[in-house]
Design a protein around this ligand. Structure first.
Ligand code: IMP
Length: 203
């Protein structure tokens, strides 16, 4: 039986990961459940690089474990009008401890007067896997949307209240968790990784 260790301290992400990977022939563990506690400096220049840095750090802390796969993700919001900001700095934008009410208000203000067709943005998520033989895989998921004019919705987290999906006429903060998982960047990246892993876990 394989073990999949997901490198996050975030309970919400862990829940989503367990749901999506449930039918793989593997036991899915959080870092804590695997007994790992490590501080990771994310100094990569892309979502993929940062995800690989996190997965490698946890794999290193784990040492030699047969049939253990380490997964990590890195995600963020890219706004075209702001040349891709906040991008890989999404969590750190305006400071890690600044509330998202303030971050979201700031981004809306920076887009003041920008017409709807130029408010395009996307959530991006990269997932990295370090396999037992040291092979590294990455997948990427994206969801396209537009920056709204005000915060809407109480679900989700982070930038969800200002991320508007024209096709669904709602922000991602107005979707139920199941609705969001079905279309989100993280859901898509995880599904792609699940496909890669299930091919390798045959037999
Ligand atoms: P990390 O991937 O945990 O390093 O964090 C990425 C940051 O991007 C989060 O702290 C949020 O600010 C933002 N972000 C990533 N995914 C989402 C999402 O699904 N909704 C809202 N904000 C997100």
């Amino acid at each position: 039986m394989y073990q999949i260790i997901f490198a996050t301290g975030n309970a919400g992400k862990m829940k989503e990961v367990r749901e999506i990977l449930a039918d793989l022939p593997a036991q899915v563990l959080s870092m804590k459940e695997a007994g790992i506690d490590t501080d990771i400096v994310e100094d990569g220049t892309s979502f993929e690089e940062n995800a690989v840095i996190k997965a490698r750090a946890v794999a290193g802390a784990l040492g030699e474990r047969e049939k253990a796969v380490v997964l990590a993700d890195d995600s963020g919001l890219e706004i075209d009008w702001l040349d891709g900001e906040p991008g890989i700095y999404s969590a750190r934008y305006m400071g890690e401890d600044t509330s998202y009410r303030i971050k979201n208000a700031n981004l809306i203000a920076r887009l003041d007067g920008v017409p709807p067709e130029k408010r395009t943005a996307r959530f991006v998520c990269a997932i990295a896997a370090v396999l037992p033989d040291g092979e590294v895989l990455t997948t990427r998921g994206v969801i396209e949307g537009k920056i709204g004019y005000e915060e809407r919705g109480a679900n989700g987290f982070g930038y969800d209240p200002i991320f508007y999906l024209p096709d669904m006429s709602r922000t991602t903060a107005e979707l139920t968790p199941a609705e969001k998982n079905a279309v989100s960047h993280r859901g898509n990246a995880l599904m792609a990784m699940k496909k890669e892993l299930s091919e390798r876990m045959q037999g």
